[in-house]
Design a protein around this ligand. Structure first.
Ligand code: FAQ
Length: 320
């Protein structure tokens, strides 16, 4: 088939909401965009384990500790489904991880902030997982089959994470004055970085238009950010706490909350590697990867042993 026909078939599928699968023809740039976005997303899940893992040993009860361990483990699982989805686009996991470790691949800006108090586990669940869900539910309808299918399970788990975070803040907000203060301080620190997670404003976002035309993204960065702000502005009232934005105000005409100016200089500073914890996060990932080399080697040796014919059993393939 001529390229022009292949492209028409591809675009017809997009138009008719038929998923693009790994063996289908796709434009080079569509493949590149997906590898970029899915691998960035996978890296975010894996690096995103670090800020919360910091509190596992200091969770205030056995129940909270068990829930936090399960949550952090879920994030690791999300990273693995996403690396697998990206691998169907003809890039290896090792290549993706190398790019992360060399500082060439991005991961979400949010994970470069420190977790200073137990309340941060609540704010991360409520705000960071909340923002992740707002961004990721539309990705369940992404035009690329493996990514959209991975997102279905991820979103179910993220929604549990979001509720557990809200529950932590709810408990603190009904506790002592010091606990209430701790919750408020945490929201104050996590609010602005959370709304930066949606990415630059639409007019400064080079990828949005093409990604929306290809139905990789279903909503723009600003549309999703506004939806998130509208939801949080109401939910924070239930906690009896506030969001740190004096300009946050319901606009009856727009039927949305107006909000203050985002500090884009801070956002780009963090994205470009100069946030409060960028170096620490990357160093922790590189160390974990290096120290885990023996596990990968053992797993490979085991897989090879399982796949090799065993002469003592007449050449049949045996389970080790
Ligand atoms: N941080 O043109 P756009 C989670 C980059 S998972 C860092 O708007 P696009 C779960 C962008 O890559 C959180 N970089 O790009 C969890 C691009 O750079 P490039 C992660 C950012 O792709 C919870 C440049 O700026 N979620 O939280 C950020 O159309 C709790 C221009 O931007 C996903 O990855 C940022 N915030 O839209 C885990 C979701 N924003 O590549 C543990 C999937 C933008 O040209 C604990 N990704 N950049 O050098 C997406 O939906 C999109 O990729 C966006 C960006 C919306 C993030």
């Amino acid at each position: 088939m001529e390229i022009i026909d292949l492209e028409k078939t591809f675009l017809d599928k997009i138009k008719e909401e038929i998923k693009i699968e790994p063996k289908d023809w796709m434009p080079v740039q569509y493949r590149k965009t997906l590898i970029r976005q899915i691998s960035q997303h996978a890296h975010s899940e894996i690096v995103g384990m670090l800020p919360e893992a910091n509190w596992i040993t200091r969770a205030p009860s056995l129940k909270r500790k068990a829930i936090l361990i399960a949550k952090v483990q879920d994030e690791g699982g999300h990273g693995l489904y996403l690396y697998s989805a990206a691998e169907t686009l003809n890039i290896s996991r090792q290549e993706m991880i190398d790019l992360l470790h060399q500082g060439k691949a991005k991961y979400s800006s949010i994970f470069n902030y420190p977790t200073l108090s137990w309340a941060d586990m609540g704010a991360i669940g409520w705000l960071v997982d909340g923002a992740a869900i707002m961004n990721q539910v539309p990705l369940c309808r992404c035009s690329f089959g493996p990514y959209s299918r991975a997102m279905i399970r991820i979103c179910k788990e993220e929604s549990f994470h979001q509720r557990q975070g809200f529950d932590i803040l709810w408990t603190l907000s009904r506790g002592s004055e010091a606990q209430k203060q701790m919750a408020q301080d945490s929201i104050n620190r996590w609010w602005w970085p959370s709304i930066m997670m949606f990415g630059p404003n639409d007019d400064a976002s080079p990828h949005t238009k093409q990604s929306m035309d290809w139905k990789i993204k279903r909503f723009s960065n600003d549309e999703l950010r506004q939806k998130f702000i509208d939801v949080c502005a109401e939910q924070v009232k239930l906690l009896g706490l506030s969001l740190p934005d004096k300009k946050l105000k319901w606009n009856e005409q727009r039927k949305h909350y107006d909000f203050g100016e985002i500090d884009w200089q801070e956002f780009w500073n963090v994205v470009n590697g100069n946030g409060p914890c960028n170096k620490e996060r990357l160093a922790a990932r590189v160390k974990a990867h290096e120290e885990g080399a023996w596990v990968r080697e053992a797993a490979m040796a085991f897989a090879e042993k399982r796949a090799s014919p065993n002469p003592s059993k007449g050449g049949e393939i045996v389970a080790a």
